[in-house]
Design a protein around this ligand. Structure first.
Ligand code: PEP
Length: 244
């Protein structure tokens, strides 16, 4: 039995006052899913304080360095995230891969660095529109997973979350149909071997309260990674409520 998980990715949005309001407005009373909020780094401690007060969600980073410390200006290590009481960290988001040139090999190192510090990585995988049109979705996803498989023991998947995020669906208002997403999720599960059955696989790409239930009804969709809709506390809570 996998407990659903819904994660908010604020990306580079918000400010101190926004965060204050968001956490005041976030009502998760009747939600059975695990909930994670990933704000920009400067608001992590603020988010962690709210998380402790409310007890209804955990906090995560949006990225981390694969290095433990040293002369890496602008980077943030797994230990630093832990110091801010983060429990999760997103690795390999398509914006990191696409805009900042993160390769699957680098993403795999970040995955390992996160786990080494007892953070739970939320590994993002997914194809671009061009790759989808070429019929290469499963090939692309398999190769992104393979880079991680090459550097971990199969058992390590147990302490991770995978997010299938078709790049063409992120921030575009387009979503994969529940059936399309289910096919890819099922494929991802088989790629992780026996432990795949216990790993939570989230869907990401324009999820909102209006389309969440249909996605969550699929057997292998265990929750969502939510971008735009996570900037509105009530809308985000609606997505969380749809996850049973
Ligand atoms: C994301 O940033 O991971 C994401 C899925 O964004 P959106 O929900 O806005 O498509």
């Amino acid at each position: 039995m996998r407990i659903s998980l819904v994660a908010a990715n604020w990306k580079m949005n918000g400010n101190r006052a926004f965060a204050e309001r968001f956490f005041t407005d976030l009502e998760l009373g009747d939600v059975s899913a695990d909930v994670v909020v990933c704000p920009p780094f400067p608001y992590l401690s603020q988010a962690a304080q709210a998380a402790e007060k409310k007890g209804s969600f955990k906090v995560g980073g949006q990225n981390l360095s694969h290095e433990p410390d040293g002369a890496f200006t602008g980077e943030v290590s797994a230990r630093m995230l832990l110091d801010c009481d983060a429990r999760y960290v997103i690795v390999g988001h398509s914006e990191r891969r696409g805009l900042y040139g993160e390769t699957s090999e680098l993403v795999a190192k970040k995955f390992v660095a996160a786990q080494a510090a007892n953070l739970i990585p939320i590994l993002c995988v997914g194809e671009t529109l061009q790759e989808r049109d070429q019929g290469r979705t499963l090939e692309v996803v398999a190769s992104q997973l393979q880079a991680v498989k090459a550097v971990i023991e199969e058992k390590a998947w147990e302490c991770s979350v995978v997010a299938y995020e078709p790049v063409w669906a992120i921030g575009t208002g387009k979503t994969a149909s529940p059936e399309e997403a289910q096919n890819v999720h099922k494929f991802i599960r088989t790629q992780m071997g026996d432990v795949g059955l216990t790993v939570r696989i989230l869907y990401g790409g324009s999820v909102k309260s209006a389309n969440a239930s249909a996605l969550f009804a699929q057997a292998d969709i265990d929750g969502a990674l939510v971008g735009g809709a996570s900037l509105d506390a009530k809308e985000f809570a609606g997505v969380c409520r749809a996850a049973v």
